[in-house]
Design a protein around this ligand. Structure first.
Ligand SMILES: [Zn+2]
Length: 86
C-alpha cells in the first residue's frame, strides 16, 4: 500500500474528527517507527498521522474503529505482523 492510499482509506471509512466532527483528512505527518506500517517507497515501517483539514487535529490509524475490511488492510501491512511471517 502507498501512503496516498492510506488517506483514501480514511476518507472511504468516513472517519469523524473527534474534535470538530469533520470527515476531511489529509496525511499530516509520518516517520519511522517499529510499530508502524510497511508502505511502498519506504525502507522502514512508517507511523502515519492524519490531520483534520478543518481543525488540525492529529490522529493515527491505531486509534480508530475501522471496518473489518479496512482493519484487515491495515493489519496486512503492519510491520510487526510481516516479521512474524518471514
Ligand atoms: Zn477536526
Amino acid at each position: 500500500m502507498k501512503l496516498a492510499e492510506l488517506n483514501e482509506l480514511a476518507i472511504a471509512e468516513h472517519l469523524v474528527c473527534w474534535s470538530c466532527r469533520s470527515e476531511n483528512w489529509f496525511l499530516g505527518n509520518w516517520g519511522p517507527h517499529p510499530g508502524g506500517l510497511s508502505l511502498e517507497g519506504f525502507k522502514e515501517p512508517q507511523w502515519v498521522f492524519l490531520s483534520c483539514q478543518e481543525c488540525g487535529y492529529d490522529t493515527s490509524f491505531g486509534k480508530w474503529k475501522l471496518s473489518k475490511a479496512a482493519l484487515a488492510q491495515i493489519e496486512a501491512i503492519r510491520y510487526a505482523n510481516r516479521k512474524k511471517d518471514s
